[in-house]
Design a protein around this ligand. Structure first.
Ligand SMILES: CC(C)(COP(=O)(O)OP(=O)(O)OC[C@H]1O[C@@H](n2cnc3c(N)ncnc32)[C@H](O)[C@@H]1OP(=O)(O)O)[C@@H](O)C(=O)NCCC(=O)NCCS
Length: 199
C-alpha cells in the first residue's frame, strides 16, 4: 500500500520555539542555562550516566549546544523541561538521528530533579517532544533506547505507546559496567491512533 508523505522539511525547523503542555512546557536552552546544564550533565545521578554528549569543558559544551540547531545528530539537550507551577526547570529532552541511513529519530530525556520524578512530568514532556517531531519531520518512526535495568524509562515509553523492538547487548557503559539496552519505537500511525484515542 502506498503511503503519502507529509509535506514537511526533512531536517525540521532551524529555530525551536516553546512547546506548551498542561503542567510542563519545553523551551530551548539559552546561554543563561549553561551553568545549570553543565552541572546536570556532569552529575552522576542526573544525566551523566546515560549521556554521550560532549561536556569536556564548559566552553565546549556551550558551543555544542549553540551548534546543535544545525546538526540533527547532535546529542545536545534540545529543550529544558520547565514545571509550570513555580516556573523552574526540572529536566531536559533531546532528539537525534542515531542512524543517518534511516528515516528515524531517537529521543532521550531525563527528569534531573529527583523529587520531581514519578509525577507524570517525564511522560508529558516526552509526549510534547514526540508530537513536535512527527509535526516537523518527515520521519515515520520515533525511537528510544533504555537501559534494561531502568524500569522508569521503560515504563514511561510503554505508557506512551512505544513498542519494544529488540535488544542491543552490552551497548551502554555507565557506573563502571556495560549494560544491555532495549530498543523501543513508535510509528506515525500508532502515535496518531493514540492521540485520537486521547481526544
Ligand atoms: C525515566 C524518567 C524520564 C521518567 O519520567 P517520570 O516523570 O519519572 O515518569 P512519569 O511520572 O511521567 O511516569 C510515566 C509512566 O512511567 C511509569 N513509571 C514511572 N516510574 C516508573 C518506575 N520506577 N517503574 C515502572 N514504571 C514507572 C509510570 O507508571 C507512568 O505510567 P502511567 O502514566 O501509565 O501510570 C525519569 O524517571 C528519569 O529521569 N529518570 C532518571 C533518568 C533516566 O532514567 N533517564 C532516561 C535515560 S534512557
Amino acid at each position: 500500500m502506498a503511503t503519502t508523505r507529509p509535506e514537511r522539511g526533512r531536517t525540521g525547523p532551524r529555530r525551536l520555539g516553546n512547546l506548551q503542555g498542561e503542567r510542563v512546557y519545553l523551551r530551548p536552552p539559552s546561554t543563561d542555562d549553561t551553568a545549570l546544564l553543565f552541572e546536570w550533565l556532569n552529575d552522576p545521578e542526573a544525566i551523566a550516566p546515560w549521556d554521550r554528549f560532549e561536556v569536556e569543558s564548559y566552553r565546549s559544551m556551550e558551543e555544542a549546544i549553540h551548534r546543535s540547531s544545525e546538526d540533527q545528530t547532535s546529542l545536545a539537550p534540545r529543550f529544558l523541561i520547565v514545571r509550570k507551577k513555580g516556573d523552574y526547570p526540572i529536566g531536559v529532552v533531546g532528539y537525534f538521528k542515531s542512524n543517518t541511513a534511516l528515516d528515524s529519530i531517537d529521543v532521550w530525556y531525563a527528569i534531573t530533579i529527583e523529587k520531581e520524578r514519578g509525577r507524570g512530568y517525564g511522560k508529558e514532556a516526552v509526549r510534547l517532544m514526540v508530537d513536535y517531531l512527527f509535526a516537523h519531520f518527515r520521519t515515520e518512526r520515533v525511537g528510544a533506547t533504555s537501559d534494561i535495568d531502568n524500569p522508569a524509562s521503560m515504563g514511561m515509553l510503554r505508557s506512551l505507546g512505544f513498542r519494544e523492538e529488540g535488544k542491543l547487548r552490552r551497548a551502554l557503559f555507565h557506573h563502571g559496567e556495560v549494560h544491555d539496552v532495549v530498543v523501543y519505537g513508535v510509528t506515525r500511525p500508532e502515535w496518531q491512533d493514540a492521540r485520537d484515542r486521547r481526544h
